[in-house]
Ligand binder design. Sequence first.
Ligand SMILES: [Mn+2]
Length: 372
Amino acid sequence: MAKPHKQLSRRWPGQLAGRVAKLRARIAGQGAAAMLLSNASDIRYLTGFTGEDSWALVTRRGVTAISDRRFEEELATGTPHLRAVMRKESLAEELGRELRAARVKKLIVQAEHVTLTQRASIGRYCRGVKLVPVSGWLLEQRAVKDDSEVAHIEEAIAIQQAAFTQLKGQLKVGMAERQVCAQLEFNMRRLGADGPAFRTIVGVGANSSIPHYHPGDFKVKRNEPLLIDFGAVVHGYHSDMTRVIVLGKLSRKMVEVYEVVREAQAAGIAAIAPGKKLADVDAAARKVIKAAGYGKQFGHGLGHGIGLQIHEEPRLSWAAEGVLEMGHVVTVEPGIYLPGVGGVRLEDDVLVTERGGRNLCTLPTDLESAMI
Ligand SMILES: [Mn+2]
């Protein structure tokens, strides 16, 4: 049996309480009494609970984590403000019990985070409850970072930058891409990262023209570009940067491309301001690349939000709708990719402030710094 609603007497950490209050207002606005969260990042954002395979039920009275025994201790000590139910049967069966106890007749669910199988089992065990699918609520809420979230992202950036600076002293001709990758990830771990933010990209020479390349056995050579796209995770928050470096010198063609990308990135960052259309920020950087004749070699959007996941809202692309808001943190990562020759992408993480974009990354991008 579930314990009574003990969480009413437990204090919620301020930031989390604010997040839940905001969501509750939105739930009430739909004429509903409860919402089911079935996405781990959203649950972490709202409650601080970092477990998996769990759901969270937000009602007017509190938040109940429906979890299992693997997470019992974490829930008891880490998130005492949550009421925790250790399920003995399926998530949907426990959910049905909770909904009946709280007399919930209308339940908001996350359309993008409920599988067809889960939908069927919720229907089976939560009879008489009307499901109201919504999408994007938590993505919108999570897009605007508070000070503690920005601090976590900055900490992740500090670690990845220190790891990269160390790597520059460790790079040698003849190292395989996978060795470079392992060394960089090792540096980040040793400096305090919980892990890499995504599969690190290390592309030597012509491999640098493949935007999402995975490191293999190609060896670092003198005068060949090395594209490194990497990030760290700290307290669940992701950072994301790309640099192109070379042992020796870049070819004339690559130098030309490098300078165009650098100028495009500066234009993109300069275009960032609250209220600015997302598509216009993309256009500001793209214009520079098009003018240089490389429009077709820049095939992806300019950037994306970062936070508890590596790709979040908002998206900076020609197709994006909406505007930048204060507190958004976005990557700005233009690139030019020449198949068979090589590619350049430069990526920094930028916070939207009232005075415009504040680049949270401090590693230089000038050509001199790129050459080792
Ligand atoms: Mn990125």
